[in-house]
Design a protein around this ligand. Structure first.
Ligand SMILES: NC(=O)c1ccc[n+]([C@@H]2O[C@H](COP(=O)([O-])OP(=O)(O)OC[C@H]3O[C@@H](n4cnc5c(N)ncnc54)[C@H](OP(=O)(O)O)[C@@H]3O)[C@@H](O)[C@H]2O)c1
Length: 261
């Protein structure tokens, strides 16, 4: 039987009638995640600092037939986090999926030269702000007795990462948080996983891929000999958000063209 002809058939990968909050959706990997979630049928609330960019992403997702709300917020500002949580509560009666895709690394520099203010900012944005949002949305999911949280971490958390010390440490901490929350919240039906991309063509890696000799040096070490496109990371997030991954929690899904292997 053709499953699409059966109105009762629901693919385990489908996200229709689910509501997703995506942090860091204005560009790059987060933008691709918002669009992939919408393609799978999820309604969205997307958030970051650049409202005009968010509005463009929202327009693209609405064309796919889903609802999409926008919230301008800076994850390093506690007031903004409160505003985001208010917006989440007023937009939807439940939040089924939380994707945290926010991440910064302002500079690649050896640790002895790293400014403490930069390290502090990286941790505030990549870890502490994320913890506040995850705790608040996690409480909502615990009450619902169901939810899926996906953190976008990095392969930099899995190995030594010269010139990226605070970034790699913040991502390793986010992976550790992912595993601990998976254990604490499994009893409530809340799954917590992370996707660890290798090198991806985005603004974050602009200085690397725009330098042809550096790009060649790095891609020579990647078995697939290229960086990923953001659209090659987002399907992994859809999988972890969907019932297709109903028995997966506390996992890191590495999407790196074989880099860490
Ligand atoms: N690109 C890679 O090679 C790679 C590899 C491994 C992991 N990652 C991870 O993947 C995630 C996405 O990275 P990307 O490459 O897509 O980078 P990107 O293009 O620079 O996007 C970063 C996103 O984070 C948002 N953001 C940054 N600071 C914020 C803040 N203070 N408050 C709210 N939102 C903020 C940005 O939105 P606004 O500017 O609108 O605020 C943007 O949407 C990050 O967590 C990154 O660490 C990337």
């Amino acid at each position: 039987m053709d499953p699409s002809s059966d109105k009762h058939f629901r693919s385990p990968f489908s996200l229709s009638s689910k509501n997703a909050l995506v942090l860091g959706a204005s560009q790059g990997i987060g933008r691709a995640i918002a669009i992939s979630l919408a393609e799978a049928g999820a309604n969205l609330l997307i958030a970051s600092r650049q409202e005009p960019e968010l509005e463009k992403v929202a327009a693209a997702t609405r064309q796919l037939g889903v609802e999409c709300h926008v919230c301008r917020f800076d994850i390093s500002e506690p007031e903004d986090i409160n505003k985001l949580l208010e917006k989440a509560r007023s937009s939807y009666d439940r939040i089924d999926i939380l994707v945290n895709c926010i991440g910064i690394n302002p500079k690649r520099i050896s640790f002895e030269q790293t400014d403490k203010n930069i390290s502090d900012l990286i941790f505030k944005v990549n870890l502490f702000g994320a913890m506040d949002v995850i705790q608040a949305i996690g409480k909502i999911m615990i009450n619902q007795k169901k939810g899926a949280i996906i953190n976008v971490t990095s392969t930099a958390a899995l190995h030594g990462a010269p010139t990226l010390a605070p970034y790699a440490a913040s991502k390793a901490a986010l992976q550790s948080l992912t595993r601990t929350l998976a254990l604490e919240w499994a009893q409530y039906g809340v799954r917590v996983n992370d996707v660890a991309p290798g090198y991806v063509h985005t603004e974050l890696t602009h200085k690397v891929w725009s330098n042809s000799s550096l790009y060649k040096e790095i891609t020579n070490k990647i078995p697939m000999r290229r960086f990923a496109l953001p659209e090659e990371i987002s399907p992994a997030v859809v999988f972890l958000a969907s019932d297709a991954s109903s028995y997966i929690t506390g996992s890191t899904l590495v999407v790196d063209g074989g880099w860490t292997t």
